[in-house]
Design a protein. Structure first.
Length: 114
């Protein structure tokens, strides 16, 4: 059974940093390009960062230069380092395959507020 478990969210002040983790199980992790998505209240879920099985990385323009995605295939884990956080980064963050082929996890809430 496929499981994606996100963690690492929280409340942070503008300009702060958080590191999100997503641990995967129930499928062959190295067969999938992985991504981090977010969904803010009243908005559609959007892909903010992705990393292919070959390590090719892409970012949404809104997070480029501030967020860093990485994956550890030995640990079946994908990370999202978020720096210089802004209030508009407030959302529930989810991981999934780059094309959202897997069942969604519960996500982790990130709130950026002073």
């Amino acid at each position: 059974q496929v499981h994606l478990v996100e963690s690492g969210g929280g409340l942070v002040q503008p300009g702060g940093s958080l590191r999100l983790s997503c641990t995967a199980s129930g499928f062959i992790f190295t067969d999938y390009s992985m991504g981090w998505y977010r969904q803010a209240p009243g908005k559609q879920r959007e892909l903010v960062a992705s990393v292919t099985i070959l390590g090719i990385i892409n970012y949404a323009d809104s997070v480029k230069g501030r967020f860093t995605i990485s994956r550890d295939n030995a640990k079946n884990t994908v990370y999202l380092q978020m720096n210089s956080l802004k209030p508009e980064d407030t959302a529930v963050y989810y991981c999934n395959s780059k094309f959202a082929q897997l069942p969604w996890g519960q996500g982790t809430q990130v709130t950026v507020s002073s």
